[in-house]
Design a protein around this ligand. Structure first.
Ligand SMILES: Nc1ncnc2c1ncn2[C@@H]1O[C@H](COP(=O)(O)OP(=O)(O)O)[C@@H](O)[C@H]1O
Ligand SMILES: [Mg+2]
Length: 280
């Protein structure tokens, strides 16, 4: 897929704290997503991963700390302007319009890039028609890259779950991100769909030369593709390192063992971390 060669800047999360009343969801967390790396943010349920994502994308305003893309401070900027800075985001829970076509859903991701003149759109002025067509061509190109070209005019609600996840990703790519943020891209997927998603994320990074910040529960996916991993527990950063070190970190293993236990008394994630360790 053709893409411009934009300058990819590091995304820096600097001492970010997010509070909800008395709850400290994110507690003085710092990490840097280096250009063109796949960076995973992991941790047990309620650790503060989604809150951290929402602080980066401008949905939540941190109580303290800041987020920067290169030297540009993003904190305090509204979400659509952060998207325009090149931060693309897919959602944990699919937010597609089921009755609208795949192309229309993906085009929604594109509108934050248009000059936002809906009056002009309504009047169908020639230049807006031209602009709209250019955006549609690019949206179709992105869908093609995601293997959705035969589905452009199908209602999104009629697609399989795996395909809907790809539509959501296509929409995130439509802002031409230099940093792509994915909140649990493999949630609800079986193991072959998960393997496909892992390969896709890896290819995206290589083909587009962008950074990926990823929240994911599936440890085999994370350990397989992440260049670096930040671990949160109860809102705090407890580790930040390469996968091989994270897998052996006693505090990380303890955090997962202390998580919701299954019948065997061990959390599924802790088992996955240690099994990754033995297979490594
Ligand atoms: N909108 C909210 N209002 C109040 N509390 C919230 C809200 N969102 C998250 N929390 C709380 O903040 C903590 C972190 O949640 P979250 O960021 O969703 O964690 P994760 O994504 O790691 O599971 C949890 O204790 C959660 O209950
Ligand atoms: Mg979450």
């Amino acid at each position: 897929m053709s893409t411009d060669t934009r300058n990819v800047q590091p995304l820096r999360v600097e001492g970010v704290t997010v509070r909800f009343g008395g709850i400290v969801a994110v507690n003085d967390v710092s990490f840097t997503v280096q250009p063109r790396t796949i960076h995973a943010l992991i941790g047990p349920n309620g650790a503060g991963k989604s809150s951290c994502f929402n602080a980066i994308t401008g949905i939540y305003t941190p109580a303290s700390g800041q987020v920067r893309l290169g030297e540009t401070v993003l904190t305090g900027t509204p979400p659509h302007k952060i998207a325009r800075q090149g931060i693309g985001r897919a959602f944990q829970n699919l937010a597609l319009i089921g009755t609208s076509s795949v192309l229309d859903n993906v085009m929604l991701g594109r509108y934050s890039l248009t000059k936002g003149q809906f009056m002009a759109y309504g009047m169908r002025l020639p230049w807006t028609m031209r602009q709209e067509r250019a955006h549609q061509d690019r949206a179709a190109e992105i869908c093609d890259y995601m293997g959705l070209s035969h589905r452009l005019h199908t209602p999104a609600g009629a697609l399989s779950y795996g395909e809907q996840k790809r539509v959501d990703l296509a929409r995130a790519l439509c802002v031409e991100p230099t940093v792509l943020m994915l909140d649990e891209p493999a949630a609800g997927m079986n193991s072959s769909e998960t393997a496909m998603m892992a390969a896709l994320i890896h290819d995206l990074r290589d083909d587009l030369g962008i950074s990926v910040l990823l929240v994911e529960h599936d440890m085999s996916l994370v350990m397989g593709i992440a260049d670096r991993i930040t671990v949160l527990d109860f809102g705090r950063r407890i580790a930040d390192d390469v996968p091989a070190v994270i897998q052996r970190d006693p505090e990380v293993i303890k955090a997962y063992l202390g998580g919701a236990p299954d019948e065997s008394g061990e959390s599924a994630e802790a088992a996955a971390i240690s099994s990754e360790e033995t297979s490594a």
